[in-house]
Every structure is written in structure tokens, then in C-alpha cells.
Design a protein around this ligand. Structure first.
Ligand SMILES: *Cc1c(COP(=O)(O)O)cnc(C)c1O
Length: 228
């Protein structure tokens, strides 16, 4: 299957998921997760109309931003970010989905070039309660959110989660719902957050049913990734 066919099938899946969830009036953005894929494949998808790409590894991504600097790509950094690697994200990304501590947000705020629009950020939430999982526990999200909105050059847009690796639909649904509930509580407290970054290749329908506004899809578009 060629990339273009797989991309069209994914767009179709997203449309069907919105119809099934009675969300045809809503926007659910498709983020093409291009980690481990060469720039040539990103260029091909861009030619088809895909504009937003997600990457996980700082060095690999930095090289692609250089190779693809002629394209008007919306870059989303979605991987774990070490504090000594924030500068490149501050300088070249449009979005960061994986903020999980204040120190990262503070460094990004200080390093974001002032001629660029604010960096869009999401707080990563550990919705599964797994001990080894990145992300802030739901009870601590509000504290981090209040701190981030006080920082310059960042725009807090919403929340992101990676649920448990399970096929159990009820468990996945409960974890997506937990993210949506956390966002609704923040908005009830006065925030104006518009982004729920949830849903991947295997579970985008479920995520859209639970209110996702952005699905992050890699293998369904590009095929299985080589083991890292
Ligand atoms: C790799 C990755 C994805 C895409 O996963 P697929 O199952 O290939 O669609 C989505 N989100 C994050 C944070 C990822 O690291």
C-alpha cells in the first residue's frame, strides 16, 4: 500500500469516526506522526495536502526541519523532552504536546524567539496511573496549568495522553474520558483550552467518540516502524 492510499484511508477513517460520534461540525485535526520516516516521505504527504507532522526525537527532527525548510509544515513535537534540549523546540516547533513539568515550560518561555508567535503547548497527563508512564497525574494538572498560563511566549492549548497499551475498549474509553473530564474541569475553572490530543492508529475512533480534537497517527499512514 502506498503512503497516499494509506493517508486517504486514514482521512476517511477520521471522517467516519466523526460521523459515528455525531461530530461532523467539529474539527478533529490529523497529525501525521513521522518519527523514523525519511524527509522524502514527509514531502510526499505534504504534496497530498497534509500540513501537520509530529516528531519524537530531537536530533532526527532537527535534521528534517532543515531538509524541509522550503515547506510550510506545522511541526508538533510529541516525544519526551529533556530540559537540555528545549532550545531547538522553542526555536522550530509550533506545538509541544508533552509538557510534564514546570521547568520545561519555563525554559521554553525563556527561549522562544520573540518574533515568533507563542509556542502552543499541551500538558501530558498520565491517565492510566501506570507508575512508569510520563505525564502529570490528573490531580496535579491544574497547578501546572496555572503556572504555565503565567509564562510569556507560551499558549496553553490543552491536554495530551497516551493511554495504557491494551485492547480493552472499556479501559481505553475510560482513560480518554478522564482526559476530557480533566479539560472540562479546567475550563469550568476559567481556562479556555480547546485541544484534546488523544487517539493513535489503533484507537482513533474511540478517542474521537470521547471528544478528541487532534489524533496522532503514525503506523496507519506510514506502515509499521522499524524497531528503534
Ligand atoms: C509514535 C507515537 C504516536 C503514533 O503511534 P501509532 O500507533 O504509530 O499511530 C502517537 N503519539 C505519540 C506520543 C507517539 O510517540
Amino acid at each position: 500500500m502506498t503512503d497516499s492510499h494509506a493517508w486517504e484511508i486514514t482521512c476517511h477513517r477520521l471522517t467516519q469516526a466523526k460521523i459515528a460520534a455525531h461530530r461532523t461540525h467539529d474539527t478533529v485535526q490529523l497529525l501525521a506522526v513521522s518519527k523514523t520516516q525519511p524527509s522524502t516521505r514527509i514531502r510526499e504527504l505534504f504534496a497530498l495536502g497534509q500540513r501537520a507532522f509530529g516528531e519524537n526525537y530531537v536530533q532526527e527532527w532537527a535534521q528534517k526541519t532543515t531538509e524541509l525548510s522550503d515547506l510550510d509544515i506545522e511541526w508538533h513535537f510529541i516525544g519526551p523532552l529533556q530540559s537540555n534540549k528545549t532550545r531547538i523546540v522553542a526555536e522550530r516547533a509550533h506545538w509541544l504536546h508533552s509538557v510534564d513539568r514546570l521547568k520545561i515550560a519555563e525554559r521554553l518561555a525563556a527561549q522562544r524567539p520573540t518574533h515568533l508567535p507563542p509556542l502552543n503547548v499541551c500538558i501530558q497527563v498520565n491517565v492510566s496511573g501506570e507508575a512508569n508512564k510520563s505525564g502529570v497525574v490528573p490531580a496535579e494538572v491544574a497547578t501546572l496549568a496555572y503556572a504555565i498560563v503565567g509564562l510569556p511566549h507560551l499558549k496553553l492549548r490543552g491536554l495530551m495522553c497516551i493511554p495504557e497499551a491494551t485492547d480493552n475498549q472499556e479501559r481505553l474509553r475510560a482513560q480518554f474520558a478522564a482526559l476530557r473530564n480533566t479539560l472540562e474541569q479546567l475550563n469550568a475553572a476559567g481556562f479556555a483550552l480547546d485541544t484534546l490530543s488523544m487517539g493513535m492508529s489503533a484507537d482513533l475512533e474511540l478517542a474521537v467518540a470521547e471528544g478528541s480534537t487532534l489524533v496522532r497517527v503514525g503506523s496507519a499512514i506510514f506502515g509499521a516502524r522499524p524497531a528503534k
